[in-house]
Write a protein of this length. Sequence first.
Length: 493
Amino acid sequence: MSNIYSTKAELLAMFETLKNPAMIALVGPTEATAQTVTMASFYFQEMTLFTALIFIIVGILHVLSRTRAEEEEGLSELVLSFPVGKLTQPVAVLLEMTGFYLTSGALITAGLSLVTQASNGFSLTTNALYGFSLALSGLLFSALALLIAQLFATASTARNVTFSLLGALYIARAFTDLSTLTLSRLNPLAWVYLSSPAIGNHGLYLLATSLLVGCLSLIALYLQNRRDISGSIFSGKERHHRASRLYSSTLGFVAKNAQGQLIIWGLGLLIMGATYGSIFGDIDKFVKNNATIKAMFVENSKFNLAEQFMGTILMVLVVLAAVPVISLIGRLAKDERLGRLDLLLLKTSRTKLLWSTWGMAVLVGTVVAELGGLGLYMAAASVMTHPIPLTTVLTATTAYLPTLLVIASLTTLFIAIHRKLLDLAWLYLIASFIIDYLGTLMKLGKIFHQLTPFYWVPRLPVDQMDWRYVVVMGMIALTLLGISSLIYQKRNL
């Protein structure tokens, strides 16, 4: 980061950007001023909340997959058939997450201490406060996920409730950060950045988080001990013996499974788009004289920096939109592993199930990508004197959509060959992102860029639309999907 913001003027320019209301709503406030701001205080304000969200999401998904999801699959009942206590599984998960997060906090502390300098405001104390604030935030929501897993009968319901609560806390802290900061101190999600490493160094927030982790864990274990295995505190509503005609169709069934991902990723991309859009009003300040950041964008004097910046940002949003695409198609691999496909295929054909899943995944990816573009526009319009038109933003977003077709078809091909090859789709997406986002800075050869679908996308409005790219991407996607169908029909499940 010291290479990116190498002068005090560049740092102050970015600091002013982080002080605007849109950025405070997204990443939280800072106690620093123009006189006291350092590289450390800037780094911690910029990184803390979003890094914490990554820690939190990992914890929620892991805890629910190892508790409620395993109960649904019958694995917990199998474990309890051995001479172990009823609380063995939840206690083991809590110990696992505690070890993981504390180790992560220690590694972050050590890593920052090795690569940072005291002259930039970093110290062992500030690094430790940052690292363990992240660790405890992840542990806090892991304990919360374990508690919610006791309340609801299915992993999907518990997951949706937990993420909804996380979203509500995020939105609540955005409002209180801008209006009454005192109320933010009552929000556990805000504690991670209110510790204010490098400026305030408020270690009491770590103690408060630890106490809340202990309380939530004890309540979760108490409820686990009270309820029956595979039971829940809140009994689910009585379900119909027959599904509606909409859900009894192949496409309707796939759509039902996709609605949770659509809501979660749609909201997530809307917020992420707003995150990037909120800096458009001050983009000239920290890009114009910064050669490192400038190298990441298409340079064309006919367009302003915001329009050039937009192409790179939309690529990031579409990469994120590809995550639910792969995840939804990956549901086929999961259902195959759990032996559910035999039941599904009693009423439909393999080809119909494969194509329905592919189509729904592409639809979800398209919707969440456009929501990301919409979020970018709304935030940018609120901070720019002359905002980029909505049609321009959405058209530029739409130009990336053929890449989702290719990624969806490639994922389908991997699963058609063997369900265990799903990991290759994730690796390809990650590699494509690294190459296209950081390839210029890493000085990778053109051949590497050409191996990713994002390289071929015209970055509107700077580039001219190339319809040949759309046709070729569409043909590649349909060819891969056709091959996938043939393989999937013939192989053993």
